[in-house]
Design a protein around this ligand. Structure first.
Ligand code: 173
Length: 526
């Protein structure tokens, strides 16, 4: 058997290009993935090498992307295809050590021929036709450019939402039902919109929330966010399902940079414990446990992409005893998430970490109250960007009932140091953030807009997005008559219509250009 310190030539690897013997190269290492072709594959997403008990579970799951895609790279370098959609350690975690064959002399590896399709050529032309960053005026603009310049699959994954995408649209629309009651003559020469979140300084009352698969939009993935967060003094919430490894992100952070961590709870609690304690040991300042995704929602735009990408024989295997690949990588990589998580687990979390514990994905006051009564440190009122339960209400709407009920039932006032409320979903403007702050939130999370910013314009894009938000805060704090975040109070907004699920503002042309028409089923081309 080959030993893992051997170095192969590209030619040797290229000989193993069949179903019988299938080797691939990822990041300069050679792997024998023949077994993955017939169902010895299950993705484990962890920050660490597995222990003997959790390893190589081999539950007979096919490679979620199908064997075809592996065979396409048989004998070749698969790094480019592998990177965005796999956990950094997917191969090492899932493949028995004896299948890690060694290294390859990359100079001898033939470059994978990338056939440029007409579609790709057209996309490159659109990229060349992007307006200069100086013409990008707001967060909607990034979305509009990203939509036309991102690879179609990546756009479909980031932008898709559950079912009829009603909640997805509602998230931003709900902010349209809140209007300002500005104060005048306040001497607003100096305005300061910095704040503290879970006791940590932030230059704005917002944080970068967790989103999966950051490399789909740009090769540096989440590191774009880490660097921009450092530059602008805001906090990044690192996702469990980042394309970059947790440690890579932590190592990229500036000294003293504050980061939170979003946790998907693994069915194997030992793995969860290891991840949580590793995060704490590396200095994470808040643990956000996702509680709204016991199963992944149906994102049909994303699903249709997969159908179109596959050949008819693959599609017809689904539902006939074959693996249903129609929900793609996201469904497959989410299979470790424990739908059995319940309230009784919270005591366990408290026993394994001293980090502040926040539930991410709370959608009614009853659950917020329960979290408070259990001594947790806060909740994120969120519907997961409209990607989970369609017709879940917006976080900003839920905020109004949570503050009111917790005031009534526990005498709490908000914002509250001990039990902090966060909102995410639909935030596109500093005014959206200010509405949430006025209504009692400590801060809001922003996800997709930052993905679009770096997908469309790379690191400068995310930098510009944050600068735009700073500029919007400066102006709108003055116009509202608030000199600091404490002065952004409930009396400054009229949210009396928040529970009316309709929008009475003029038709929003931004919606027309950014949100896509939902597609019905289409005939395949024959
Ligand atoms: O919203 C998501 O896409 C998400 O949270 C997720 C969950 C599991 C796997 C991939 C993405």
């Amino acid at each position: 058997m080959a030993s893992s310190d051997r170095t192969y030539s590209g030619k040797e690897v290229a000989l193993h290009n069949s179903r019988e013997s299938c080797w691939i190269i990822v990041h300069g290492k050679v792997y024998d993935v023949t077994d993955f072709l017939d169902g010895e594959y299950t993705i484990m997403w962890s920050t660490r090498r597995p222990t003997a008990e959790t390893d190589y579970t081999g539950r007979g799951v096919d490679h979620p992307g199908g064997s075809k895609i592996i065979l396409k790279y048989a004998g070749k370098d698969a790094t480019m295809e592998y990177d965005p959609i796999h956990p950094p350690d997917a191969i090492t975690t899932n493949l028995k050590p004896e299948k890690h064959l060694g290294s390859v002399d990359l100079a001898t590896v033939e470059k994978v021929e990338v056939t440029i399709t007409d579609e790709e050529r057209a996309r490159q032309e659109r990229i060349a036709a992007r307006p200069p960053l100086s013409e990008i005026l707001n967060l909607h603009d990034f979305e509009a450019i990203a939509k036309h310049t991102m690879p179609e699959k990546a756009w479909a994954y980031y932008s898709s939402a559950a079912d009829d995408e009603i909640t997805n649209r509602e998230n931003h629309a709900a902010f349209h039902r809140i209007w300002f009651r500005p104060r005048i003559l306040k001497n607003v020469t100096k305005v300061d919109w910095s704040t503290t979140i879970l006791g940590q300084k932030s230059s704005m009352p917002l944080y970068i929330t967790a989103t999966a698969l950051g490399k789909l939009g740009h090769p540096d993935g989440e590191l774009n966010l880490t660097r921009a967060a450092a530059k602008h003094g805001i906090i990044q919430m690192i996702p469990t399902l980042a394309s970059c490894s947790f440690d890579e992100i932590m190592d990229t952070a500036a000294p003293g940079q504050v980061q939170f961590f979003q946790l998907y709870v693994n069915k194997d609690r030992e793995i969860t414990k290891r991840i949580v304690q590793h995060a704490e040991q590396r200095g994470i300042k808040g643990l956000f446990i996702t509680v709204d995704a016991p199963q992944l929602g149906r994102r049909e735009k994303d699903m249709r992409q997969k159908f179109e990408a596959e050949d008819p024989s693959e599609v017809s295997r689904a539902g006939q005893g074959g693996v249903d690949r129609s929900q793609g990588a996201a469904r497959a990589i989410s299979s470790f998430i424990d739908p059995g998580l319940d309230w009784s687990d919270m005591a366990w979390f408290k026993s394994i970490t001293k980090m502040p514990l926040i539930l991410k994905g709370v959608q009614c006051w009853e659950d917020a109250l329960e979290a408070y009564d259990l001594g947790l440190n806060g909740v994120v009122l969120s519907n997961h960007g409209g990607r989970q339960l369609d017709f879940a209400r917006s976080g900003i709407e839920v905020l109004v009932e949570v503050t009111s009920k917790l005031r009534e039932m526990r005498g709490l006032s908000f914002p509250n140091e001990k039990f902090q409320l966060f909102v995410d979903g639909g935030v596109r403007r500093a005014t959206d953030v200010m509405k949430a702050i006025a209504l009692g939130a400590t801060a809001v999370g922003v996800g997709r807009p930052f993905l679009y910013a770096y997908s469309a314009y790379g690191p400068e894009g995310i930098n510009q997005a944050l600068q735009i938000l700073h500029d919007e805060f400066e102006m709108n704090m003055r116009l509202l008559g608030a000199r600091n975040i404490k002065e952004v109070v409930a009396e400054m907004v009229d949210a009396s219509n928040i529970h009316l699920h309709m929008v009475s503002v003029p038709a929003d042309n931004l919606y027309e250009s950014n949100y896509e028409r939902l597609q019905g089923a289409r005939l395949r081309e024959i």
